[in-house]
Every structure is written in structure tokens, then in C-alpha cells.
Design a protein. Sequence first.
Lengths: 362, 433
Amino acid sequence: MAAPELTVPDLAINRRLTVLPMQEFYTSGHRTCQGCESALVMRYMAKVAGPRTLVTGTTGCMYVANTSYNSTPWALPWAHTQLGSAGSSAIGTAAALKALMRKGKIPDEKINVIAFCSDGGGGDMGLATLSAAMQDTRYNLLILLYDNESYANTDIQASGMTPWGAVTAFTPSGQQKRITHHRWKKNVPALLMAGHPTGRYFANTSSGFGMDLMEKVRTALDIGGPTFVQTHDPCPKGWDYDPRKSHELAVLAVECGITVLWDCLEGELRYQGVTRQQVEGRLRRKPVADYLRRQGRFAHFADSDIDYFQAQIDEMWEEWILPGVLRIKQTPFGTLPRSSSQPDAAGHAPEFAAAVGGGNRG
Amino acid sequence: MTTIQERAPAGRAETGEREEIITGCDAVAQALKLLDVDVLAGYPIRPYDSVMSTVSKLIANGEMDAEFIVAESEHSQFEIGKHASLVGARSFIGSSGVGWMYGMEALVVTASLRLPVVALVGNRALDDPGAFGVEHNDAMMVRDTGWLLYWVETAQEALDMTLMAYRVAEDKRVMLPCALSMDGAFLTHSQHIVRVPDAGLVQRFVPPYDLGDRRFHPDNPISVAPQFNEDWVMEARRQSDAAMRRARGVITEASAEFAQVFGRGPRDPFLDTYRMEDAEYALIGMGTVGMVGKVAVDRLREEGKKVGFVRVKWFRPFPQPELRSLLRGLKGVGVVDRDYSFGSNSHGGVLYTEIAAALFPEERRPVLVPFIAGLGGREVSVENMAEMQDIVEQVTARGERDATCRWIGVRGPESDPRYDMDNLKARAEGGAR
């Protein structure tokens, strides 16, 4: 059966998605948890990528829980790759396609290559391979990092992208030590963007903003070349909240200014949606406590911990020249003028607070 | 690279073979060019790396058409090779010593995914302390995982066996990766006269790589390597086992065809035997120690000693039937390991352990004496071989069937006297020196 044509427009020009195909290429068959946002990300990703796509995925939730033998959710060709191998699997796959097409061993056509990885596989162990992939301009490939902020499949252990202070299996809160996770979350898309001038597209998005996510994936695939998209995905098992609240929590992370929606196409940085309104001073950030207090992993936070967290986020917004992206506060050219967006102590919608209330455990 | 002459031997004028003086690594590079390899990934470590330097030059000069990727680690290098192979590209990788170790995870999954990647291991000592020279422990580390393993002796064999490696690995009945081991420096970087065959004949001998219904392509939307767990992993493992069992027959078949196509090649694909016809004793080794072994045998024969040399070529699959029929009835056999396996049977090396196991079903087993020699690139001399033969004869004369391993060509005492059991006991009793 021939695969039906995908009717998604080329987003390389305006980055706006107006039409979505009906087909799904990530379907039933996975065994992910209730409220798993990363599974939704896979579905969005596959939908806009379309049938002429090869996907590789590292070990992690989206491997172990996703693809049990005989019940794969993938209607696209999908292959497992080792935990630290997102970049190398993408390069190997893309290089093989290129060699075989050039030599006439397979038909010459555009085939998308996507390698996805997790915060542990991509942000920790496989970071060097992401770096290598972002350098190799010969190949069209997209690395998608689904960030659920812990090694969630193994038993919720801290990764380099777990938020400061969060309780995990390896960073518990004890009677002597309240906080044992001391690392501030690393910003992988900015890290890759800053260090790889020949990478063509870098983006940060969230599972709570499906259109933004799909636009970014599709833009990356249309641009070709080495591209990187990261998504922020709430995880009920790892973050300890009611699975019904996943989506709301993703949105709240953006509203609090913790997750920043941005992309950078060939050196042009843009902010999107809620983030853009915050950057332009049209929307005030909500206090981070609204987000932190809804999750069991921050239940041990004292007020001083919340204050510290808020201060870090405030600095990121008020002092960084590129809010939420790069920690540069001063340059030889001085600071750049910019609107600020102060947190709003009571600005969030009351109906939302009621909806997400279940996670605030002491 | 020096071309001696365009060679057209009588009766084989159509072969288009030519002779060149090239190193072991260059011989492999020539084979890769003839095989039209599609994707190669390299990462620097001595001594295997010169194969990648030669290949990249061939590509830069337009003599070879392939994607060459300079990876950022061996792990990535091997993963790139694995994934390229999955898409249907003929792939080549390689490494040495701790580099091979660094990519171990990727090597293991390449074998369990049954992808016919070919690798060159320029055998090198494992760190620490650092050493560039040859030891066989690096390649040995994959011996249980489903890699076909072969040890070459000469540059000619390196070229021929690179062709053979792809032919056997890509055979539908096998579909396992193959690592060629080449002694670091002694062969990777020493030049031999090599007969380079015609590309047309190579294509006849090695058909195009076809992954069939496992090809990773949008026209074939499969899920590769999903989670099996206890439900299916054992069945998958047994398939790998069956493939390795079938490999023996495929190797025999391919070797016969090699001789047919190229008009040369060894009689026995598994063992290289030298003056074994009337031998009462044998020395056994792998790799370039074969050259020394054969010279030593010639000298020992002049002294009237009935000794021969056996070089084990394929290590996986291990040539148990050949070794059994060759060694049964001999008086004594010395096994020269260029590797170690601390704490193993008789404290011998890996080859010794395998041969001892291989001979177990024999009723007339020879006396078997393990040796460790030539570690870290130390030369194994003709005198060393003669010394080992002497020991084998003495042990045999004593009828000692449980000889422990002797280290040859090494300085210092066997054990530090401070840790001698008797000394420690005396010290505990207050009588320490």
C-alpha cells in the first residue's frame, strides 16, 4: 500500500503550521504511563514528519515503555540505539542514505532522519554525540531531546537536566540534608546553539504547546542540515503529581518563565507564544511557587528554597540579554535595552490553580 | 605505495592482479576500495588508524566513493557503522586496545543485531600502564558476543581476509560482524609484497550487500530491536548461536570459492600448519608469531627435533574439529598466548584455555603446556620459541599433565618474595626477616 501524501506546507519560510494531516505514524501499542507527555511528543513528531522518515531512539522511557516486541506503536521505521548514541545513530543513518543514493544503490529522494533521546541519554551521556551531529553539515538530520527531567524509566534518578533541589532516587531529602541535588539544570539547546555555528536550527519547546512543537519539528525537517529540538515534558511518575495534570503543568512551566519557548534559525533568535508575550512585557510571569508546589518532588522545599529558585529565574529574565537562553549580562558593548516581565504574585487564573491542586503534598 | 609491476602470470592473464609493496593496514584499505565500501567511521588510536588515513586519502583522490566520518569517540564510531549497516550500507570500522574497549557497548549490539559490519583490530596492549605494542586481549574481549574473529599473519592475508570477512559476514546464513585482528606495528606498519586482485573478480567473489527484509528504509517500516525481555531474548540468542554454528560451513564454502576465483589461497581455512606431517610436538600461536614460529621450527628440525608449528586463524568460530584431529596423538604441545586471562585454568592465556577445552573429548590428549610471551609489543624471538620447545619436551618427559603457565622473556622473580605465603606465615609468628 502506497503511503498517502502528507499535506503539511514547507515551513522553512514562515514557520507557521496551518494544516495538519489526519494520519498518525505513532499509534497504539505503547505502554507508557498515564499522563505521559513524552508519548504525546512522539505522536506530534511522527505526525508532522510523515511517512518518508527514519527514526532512531535511545534507551529510555521512549524505548523501554514504548516498544515491546510485537506491540510497536511505530508506523514509521524505528530502530533502537544505545543510551549515548542519538547523534551517532543519526549520522550513521544519514551517511548511509547519502552514500547509497549517490551510488545509485537506492532511489534518490528526501528521507527525514530523526534521532530522539532523553535528558539523560542526550543531555548527559550522549552530549558529545549531539555535538558531533550538530557539526556535520553534510547530513540532514534532526535530534529531538524529550526532557522529562530525570532517568524516569530506570527509577527516577537525577540527570544533568533535573531541576535544582528536586527529589529523585539518587537525590533524596533526608533528616540531615534537605537538598541533595545541587546542580542547576543545564540548558542543552542553548549549549548546542552557542557552540555550533554551522548547526542550522535550534529550538526549545514544550509538550504543552502542541502547535509550537509541531511547527518546530517541521521547520527543522524542512531546513535539513543538523537541527535540534528540545521539548519539556511533565512526567507524573518522576515529578509526583496526578497524571491528569500533565498538560497543565507543562503550560504552567512556561507561564512561570521556567521553560522558555524559543528557536534560532540560521542565527535568527525568536521567542514564541506565551514566552514572547513575557519577553515583550505584555504578560507577567507567574511565581515559580505555583509550579513547584504542585509537584511532590519539590514538597520538601522550604520557603528559602522557593526564594532561591525564584531568584534564579528572575535573574534569567531580568539580567540576561537573551532571557532564558544565554547567561550573558554584560558585554563590551554594554547591556541591551529590553522590557522586563516581573512575576505576578496573584496573576494566575484561579480555575487553573484548582485544577492542578493535587500535587501539593507536604 | 610502490607498484612493482603489472602482473599477468601465465595461465591467469585475465586476473588483472598486480603486485604492490604495502603495509598490513594499506592492504586492508586496498580491499575496502575493491569492495566498494559505502560508509567508514574512524577515530584516532594507534596502530589501526593508518587504515583510516589511507582510506581517507583514497576518497580525497577520487579513487574510492564512500562517506568517511571522523567520529568523536569509538563508541560513536561503532554506532555509526552499526546504523549505516542497518540502512543497507557496507560499513567498516576499526580500533585498537582501549579504544576497542571504549566502544564495547556498540560492538556488543552490532553482533546481537546481526549486522555484518567488518572491523580491523590493530592489536594493542590495554592501558594501564600505556603501551602501543601488540597484545591480543583487546579483540578477545568480544569473543563471547557473536563476532567472527580472525588473526592474520601477513599483509597478503590481511587483504584476502578482508574480502573473505565481508563474504562470510554478509552471507544470509551468517549475518554476524567480523573483526580481523592484526598485530600492532609488527604487521599494521610493516610492508610486504601484496598481490592486489582485480575489482571485477572481487565483485564476483563478494556479491552486493543485501539486508533483505531487515533493511531500514521508509518502504520497509519495521521496528528494530524492541524490548524483548524474558519473553523472547533466549530465542534471539539461540538464533545468533545457530548463525555462528553455520559460519563454519560458510567459511569452508567461501574459501573453496576464493581459490576458484583468485587462483590462490590456503588449503585449510582454519589452521595454518607448518611441518606437522610427522611431528611429535607442536607450538601453537596466532598472528605474526607464526613467522617466528616457522623459522624456529626449521632450526629445531635441523637439531633433529620433530616439531611443527600451528597458527590458529579463525578464533570464532573456534576450529575445534581441526585442532582435535591435528593434535591427537602428539606427545607435547606448547601454546603461545600473546594475551592473558588472570586467574584462569593453569593461569594460562585465552588461546590455551580454548585449546585445552577443545581437546577434552580426545582420549589420546597430548601434554599441553601454556606460555605467555610477547606482551605489550615485546618481540617473541626464535630463541624464545626454542626455549618453549625445550620446556614442552621436559614437561612431557616428566609426564606432567597439569603444567601451570610459564612467562617467557620476562624479567624479575615469578612472585614478590614479600608476599610469599611462607614469609607471611613466618612474620605472623614473629620470625619475620
